[in-house]
Design a protein around this ligand. Structure first.
Ligand SMILES: NC(=O)c1ccc[n+]([C@@H]2O[C@H](COP(=O)([O-])OP(=O)(O)OC[C@H]3O[C@@H](n4cnc5c(N)ncnc54)[C@H](OP(=O)(O)O)[C@@H]3O)[C@@H](O)[C@H]2O)c1
Length: 371
């Protein structure tokens, strides 16, 4: 599964389709073929792996398919993977993440019905990270969604704070609160997203470039959970960060200076003169972005939280205090009493040098009322 996750990470981060990897194994454990999904309209990972095995004249009959996402059971632009696996004589399927889609899901059940041995394997969290934007959309598809008006972009709120929740000192300085390992990790997340969003306040204060810096991923220490999806894949050629940069999005009515670094020279810059968070996500969705990271600052982060549009939190916490005169990570959320504060579910905790990364998510959407 580790290998399948590495293959999946080669797929495009901001595609309409999920990133999926597949390895076909013979009974003795040797690899017969490998594949990954290269984007909408191209063969799915299972089909690519079968083609790879055939190209090497390997027999797939009786083989095991290890795949990062439950094989799809529907016909879209390509045929269902369940059929491709059956036609190839695959005897066993091990998958990491269940497909929540109303039309594409159900592949595991279908395969089991025709006698394929189907088991849930490891790697669910890593696979889900790789497909975060797609997963959120699939889970909200008609028939599954409790909130059909929810924006079609999976939004991650990233904060880098002191222990007392400050994102800048009294004089506005914020570079750097967290250490090098945290910043390197944040760059691996940037490399996997379709857009990075900040407010005009952050651009005017910090003049960030908002690019995904190529370089090795931060290594979790021994106390950390494995995060193989964030590991570099030497066989993948250029580092993923060297591929198309995420869209750099600035939100706010003030002008972005002509010489601001965020403008860059690659045309991947967007200034949205609005204060309406939903408009921002709609503009991104219209450009095919399914996953975005909101990197602050406090004004914009507060607006998105208040609008209920944050799906996931990446909180990098550094062991220092900035005190009352420091700038809080958030402005007022209008929470008068503890019971009114929405709770998040911690999904991942990782030590990064002296810092700690906490990843929390909303509770997964349940079935729609009446469905
Ligand atoms: N440590 C960290 O993780 C981190 C990250 C980012 C920033 N920072 C720090 O945060 C400070 C900047 O804070 P900030 O709050 O000014 O930054 P900000 O959130 O980036 O920008 C605030 C601006 O966003 C625009 N905006 C768009 N929609 C809005 C809405 N619905 N509600 C409110 N504002 C909206 C407004 O700009 P217009 O007035 O132009 O319309 C507003 O002035 C700097 O000191 C920076 O270093 C720290």
């Amino acid at each position: 599964m580790d290998r399948a996750l590495v293959l999946a990470a080669r797929g495009p981060a901001d595609d309409a389709n999920p990133r999926v990897g597949c390895v076909l194994l013979a009974v003795d454990g040797t690899t017969l073929g490998e594949g990954w999904h290269r984007g909408a309209g191209t063969p799915h990972a299972e089909v690519a792996a079968i083609a790879d095995a055939r190209a090497q004249e390997n027999v797939t009959h009786g083989a095991t398919a290890v795949v990062t996402l439950e094989p799809c059971a529907h016909t879209g632009r390509t045929g269902p993977c369940t059929k491709a696996l059956r036609d190839a004589g695959i005897a066993r399927v091990v998958y990491a993440l269940a497909d929540p889609g109303a039309s594409s899901g159900g592949g595991a059940r279908e395969l089991a019905t025709v006698g394929v041995d189907v088991v849930r394997g490891p790697g669910e969290q890593q696979s889900r990270e790789l497909v975060a934007g797609w997963y959120a959309r699939a889970a909200r598809a008609p028939g599954r969604t409790p909130n059909p008006e929810h924006a079609p972009v999976h939004l991650v709120l990233k904060t880098a704070t002191s222990l007392d929740g400050k994102v800048a000192a009294a004089d506005g300085t914020s570079q750097w609160i967290t250490g090098e390992a945290s910043r390197a990790h944040a760059h691996t997340v940037r490399a996997r997203t379709g857009a990075i969003i900040v407010g005009t306040g952050t651009v005017l204060a910090d003049d960030p470039s908002l690019t995904a810096r190529p370089g090795p991923a931060a290594q979790p220490d021994s106390a950390a959970q494995p995060d193989s999806a964030a590991q570099p894949d030497p066989a993948a050629g250029p580092d993923p960060a060297a591929r198309t940069q995420p869209l750099r999005v600035v939100v706010g009515r003030r002008d972005v200076p002509e010489d601001a670094r965020v403008r860059g020279s690659d045309g991947r810059f967007l200034h949205l003169r609005t204060h309406e968070p939903r408009e921002v996500l709609a503009a991104l969705a219209a450009r095919g972005v399914g996953h975005a990271v909101l990197e602050g600052g406090p004004g914009l982060a507060t607006a998105f939280l208040r609008a209920g549009l944050v799906d996931e939190i990446h909180a990098y916490l550094a062991p220092l205090h900035l005190g009352e005169s420091g700038r809080s990570a958030l402005a007022d959320l209008d929470i008068a009493t503890l019971a009114a504060a929405p709770r998040w579910r911690t999904e991942h905790v990782q030590r990064l040098g002296d810092d700690v990364l906490l990843i929390a998510r909303r509770a997964a959407p349940g079935p729609a009322p009446g469905s």
